[in-house]
Design a binder for this molecule. Sequence first.
Ligand SMILES: Nc1ncnc2c1ncn2[C@@H]1O[C@H](COP(=O)(O)OP(=O)(O)O)[C@@H](O)[C@H]1O
Ligand SMILES: [Mg+2]
Length: 341
Amino acid sequence: MTRRLRVAVLAGGRSSEHEISLASARSVLAALDPERYETLSVAIGRDGRWELEAGGEELPSGDSTNLPMPADERTPAVLGAVDVVLPILHGPFGEDGTVQGLLELLGVPYVGAGVAASALAMDKDLFKKVMRDSGIPVAAHHAIRLGDEIENPFGYPVFVKPARLGSSVGISKVRDASELRPAVELAFRHDEKVLVEEFVQGMEVEVGVLGNRVPPPVASLPGRIDTLGHDWYDFESKYDEGGMDLVIPPNLPEATIELLQRRAVDSFVASECEGLARVDFFVRDGDGEVVLNELNTMPGFTATSVWAKLFEASGIGYAAALDRLIELALERHERRSRLEF
Ligand SMILES: Nc1ncnc2c1ncn2[C@@H]1O[C@H](COP(=O)(O)OP(=O)(O)O)[C@@H](O)[C@H]1O
Ligand SMILES: [Mg+2]
């Protein structure tokens, strides 16, 4: 029998999505087959401290020790010695390329997007610019940086959001000019760059993507987000019990379903993602155009999160998806280890 793969799950993290990450990581740890995987988890506190939580058996120590993780000196050595790392972290300092950079330096395979794709997808301003350049429709937006005039070129309503956050934190639907400044100030509490974004009236639809570049990544069936009376998909709708409903597949023409899946894969490839993503769209009322909203490189990842439900409905269960993600991480690492620098 081949030995079990040693898997480290990173959980928690510094962002406001800390608790969501803990829930995702618990789900992942529960689903990894103990016959195949030896697991340990590293809890990252809101204060940024890394703590080695659980280990199965004793792990051999690696030789990578000079890393900025002060809490537990065993952590970097242990991370360097595992077969694969699952950074189940959302938002800044987790999903934005920072942790991915650390894992690159350690030379350890890890699940999900690399440094550049993570940073790109995290930044709603840069991401939209790259998507436009790739011919993928996105909402018009205007970025405001520290010191800029507060301007809204779009009329009302309009969405105002921090460039790099998630879970609808710091986002406002602004209904008239008097609400603009407070909304921009709220968003500036979370980031140094704020987006004013044209309002897209339509159905919110999400698509899961799984794969690397070769063979081509696969798209799940789309799912419609029903916010059940909430005006938009705000924090409460996302996380309150019964705050939303996911309808798979949405009641849309076959051609629109196919276009959603194609654009999900196109945006994944254009942003150079690997592993997984959840790609979020609006199907605009009236003309039915499929408008890309955002791409999440580490979406909520419990067994009942949208990404898992989308793939479940598409014939790939949660545990099988995790197996595949680990394979993809190993495949990328092996592929890239042959590159000459
Ligand atoms: N341009 C827009 N037009 C209409 N609704 C929007 C727009 N931007 C955001 N929203 C609403 O706000 C929610 C959160 O915005 P989003 O950009 O996805 O940020 P987050 O990263 O926090 O999920 C969306 O799911 C949608 O309901
Ligand atoms: Mg979103």
